[in-house]
Design a protein around this ligand. Structure first.
Ligand SMILES: [Zn+2]
Length: 203
């Protein structure tokens, strides 16, 4: 019975709209160079162990997609490839996938070698927690990814929690303590509680 319940849980995949950003040979080579410098891994291939939740700090899916597609050096740290995330969840709950899940994406310093990135269109944790459609899609997507890649609840983190992840690794010393303010622990505790409740329903 347990095996059957788990098999059913695996199959609950939310509707995902494939809207890929360009990620050809040149960008993959940039990603491998980045991974070599920051993680000591000469590869762009992602083996997902962690899920990092973000918000876009804007109110537009289109602007977010365009910024991720550009592949220009990021304005904050000035490196290539350009920043991106595997998924962006719009305010109406639409889930867009931009990058295949076996490709590393630059969304979280210290974790890009191991982490799937999920962006939410919005400007604060609270805004997303109080948008029922967006939150529902976020929880459904994250639960499906956890089941698919066997990622435990403790490894579903907010960007602001990056420095305390056991997977955090940054060889380039000036970036060793770099993080962002999106999705703080107090808000992620609320998010993880809702995620745990959804996963319990499925069993
Ligand atoms: Zn972020």
């Amino acid at each position: 019975m347990l095996a059957l319940a788990l098999a059913v849980a695996v199959l609950v995949k939310p509707h995902i709209v494939w809207k890929p950003i360009p990620f050809g040979a040149a960008r993959k080579a940039e990603m491998a160079r980045y991974a070599e410098k920051h993680y000591g891994i000469d590869s762009w291939v992602l083996h997902p162990r962690v899920i990092v939740e973000h918000y876009t700090a804007n109110e537009s899916f289109a602007a977010t997609w365009n910024a991720f597609a550009a592949d220009t050096p990021d304005p904050e740290l000035g490196e290539l490839p350009g920043t991106c995330a595997h998924f962006v969840i719009d305010k109406d709950g639409t889930i867009y996938q931009l990058v295949p899940l076996n490709v590393m994406c630059r969304h979280t310093v210290g974790l890009n070698y191991a982490a799937i990135g999920i962006e939410h269109v919005g400007t604060s944790d609270a805004e997303i927690l109080h948008d029922p459609a967006q939150l529902r899609s976020s929880l459904e997507l994250t639960a499906w990814l956890m089941t698919t890649y066997r990622i435990p609840l403790a490894d579903v983190i907010g960007h602001n929690e990056s420095l305390t992840s056991p997977f955090h690794k940054e060889l380039y010393a000036p970036w060793a303590h770099q993080t962002h303010g999106d999705w703080r622990k107090a808000d992620m505790d609320v998010y993880r509680e809702k995620l745990a409740a959804l996963l319990r329903q499925r069993r």
